[in-house]
Design a protein around this ligand. Structure first.
Ligand code: FES
Length: 82
């Protein structure tokens, strides 16, 4: 079993408050996008625990930048710039 090496990661909060604000749907949308664009070997999509930014969820961390009230279109536009 080899290690997977990707160019970047997108962390999506799976905490309770972010779930209430749509993080599950956001994660699914990104999963579908990554699959459709064949980015699986470039982009790692990871569920993360609460970061304490619950009031501004769903929270995403991409390239070490925290994105509050994240929407799939925000993340996709950043991934499209690759
Ligand atoms: S539940 Fe997502 S930041 Fe706390």
């Amino acid at each position: 079993m080899g290690k997977k090496s990707v160019e970047e990661f997108v962390f999506v909060c799976s905490g309770k408050d972010c779930k209430k604000n749509g993080s599950k749907k956001l994660h699914k949308a990104l999963e579908v996008y990554i699959k459709e664009k064949k980015l699986k070997n470039k982009v790692g999509l990871v569920k993360m625990k609460c970061t304490g930014n619950c009031h501004e969820g769903p929270t995403v961390i991409h390239n070490n930048i925290m994105i509050a009230k994240a929407k799939a279109k925000h993340i996709v536009s950043k991934l499209d710039k690759k």
